[in-house]
Design a protein. Structure first.
Ligand SMILES: NC(=O)c1ccc[n+]([C@@H]2O[C@H](COP(=O)([O-])OP(=O)(O)OC[C@H]3O[C@@H](n4cnc5c(N)ncnc54)[C@H](OP(=O)(O)O)[C@@H]3O)[C@@H](O)[C@H]2O)c1
Length: 288
C-alpha cells in the first residue's frame, strides 16, 4: 500500500488556503493547517485538518507542524510580514520536508517584480537556493479580488470608482490555484516547474463588472478615477507604496495589452480553468 501523504498548508485562513485544505482532504491526504495563535479566522479552515499554531514570523514555531510532513503549500503574507525570516523558514522546510509549492505572481513571469523588491521574485530566488523540490505558481489576479476590492462600493452605490477600467486581466478562480497546487504537492513530475496560472480569458475590468451586473441582475457602472488618487487609497489600507505603484503601472500596461492567458492550468489539471462568470455565479450574493 502507498504511504499516507502528509501536507502542511500555510495561509490556511486566506483566499486559497481553505480550498487547498479541502481538496487535499478530499484526495485522502493527511492535512495540517498552520494558523496564527488566536486567529479570528480559524473557522475558515475546513473540518478534518489538523490545526497547528505557529507563525512564519517565528521559524522555531514551525518545527512541530513540519515534523513528518512530505510537502508544504507556502504563501507569504507580504502585506503584513516582511521577508526577514524567509531564510530561517526555508531552513526549517529543508530540515523537515522535501517538497514546496509556492504561490508566486505573474509579475515575476513578465519581469515586473525585481528580486530587489523583496517580494515574490525574492522568495523564488531564496527557494531555488535550497535543496527542496520546488514548484512556483506564478499566478494572475484572483477572481476574489473583485469581492475584496469592489463589493463594498458596489453594494453602497452601484458605481465602481477605480482607474483603468479598460485594463484586461485574466482572473483565476482561487479553487483552481489550489487545484494546481494540490497536484504539484501530491504527485511527481512538477519539480522545477514555473506554472503561469491564469484564468481562461483576459477580460477588461469594465467587462468583469458587466458580468457581475448580469449575474446579480443589478444596474452597475464603472467610473475611471486618476491613478494617483487610487494609489493614496491603496496605501491607506495597508499596501506598501512600491507595491501599489507597481500594480497601477501594470494596470496601465494592460489597457494597451491584455494580460497573458496560458494553458498551464489545463496542462496540469486536464481541464480548463473556471471562468470569471462561474466564480461570480458562486459568489453573487456578495455583490447584492
Ligand atoms: N490576490 C491576488 O490576486 C494574488 C495574485 C498573485 C499572487 N498572490 C499571492 O498570494 C498570496 C496570498 O494568498 P491568499 O490570498 O490566499 O492569502 P490572504 O488571503 O492574503 O491571507 C494571508 C494568510 O496568511 C496568514 N498569515 C498572516 N500572517 C502570518 C504569519 N505571520 N504566519 C503565518 N501565516 C500568516 C493569514 O492569516 P489571518 O489573516 O487569518 O491572520 C492568512 O491566512 C500572497 O503571497 C500574494 O502575494 C495573490
Amino acid at each position: 500500500m502507498a504511504k499516507q501523504q502528509r501536507v502542511l498548508v500555510t495561509g490556511a485562513t486566506g483566499n486559497v488556503g481553505p480550498h487547498a485544505v479541502a481538496q487535499l482532504l478530499d484526495a485522502g491526504v493527511e492535512t495540517r493547517a498552520l494558523v496564527l495563535e488566536n486567529d479570528p479566522n480559524s473557522d475558515r479552515i475546513p473540518p478534518g485538518a489538523e490545526v497547528f499554531h505557529g507563525s512564519l514570523a517565528d521559524p522555531d514555531s514551525l518545527d512541530a507542524c513540519l515534523e513528518g510532513v512530505d510537502a508544504v503549500f507556502l504563501m507569504w503574507p507580504f502585506f503584513t510580514l516582511d521577508v526577514d525570516t524567509v531564510p530561517a523558514v526555508l531552513e526549517k522546510l529543508e530540515k523537515h520536508t522535501r517538497r514546496v509549492v509556492f504561490i508566486s505572481s505573474i509579475g515575476v513571469h513578465i519581469g515586473l517584480e525585481p528580486v530587489g523588491n523583496r517580494c515574490h521574485a525574492y522568495l523564488e530566488q531564496q527557494i531555488e537556493k535550497t535543496s527542496l523540490e520546488w514548484t512556483f505558481l506564478q499566478t494572475t489576479g484572483f477572481a476574489c479580488n473583485t469581492r475584496i476590492g469592489w463589493a463594498a462600493q458596489l453594494k453602497e452605490s452601484g458605481v465602481m470608482r477605480s482607474p483603468y477600467g479598460e485594463a484586461a486581466r485574466s482572473p483565476i478562480h482561487e479553487a483552481d490555484v489550489a487545484a494546481v497546487a494540490v497536484r504539484a504537492l501530491t504527485r511527481d513530475g512538477h519539480a522545477g516547474r514555473r506554472y503561469v496560472v491564469t484564468g481562461p480569458e483576459a477580460l477588461p475590468q469594465i467587462d468583469q463588472l458587466a458580468v457581475i451586473a448580469e449575474v446579480t441582475g443589478r444596474d452597475l457602472r464603472w467610473e475611471d478615477v486618476p491613478a494617483d488618487a487610487a494609489k493614496a487609497a491603496m496605501v491607506e489600507v495597508g499596501w506598501p507604496e512600491s507595491y501599489a505603484a507597481g500594480a497601477l503601472d501594470y494596470f496601465a500596461m494592460l489597457v494597451k495589452e491584455p494580460e497573458t492567458v496560458t494553458d498551464h492550468v489545463a496542462q496540469v489539471l486536464g481541464r480548463a480553468p473556471r471562468t470569471f462568470r462561474e466564480w461570480v455565479t458562486e459568489h453573487a450574493d456578495d455583490f447584492r
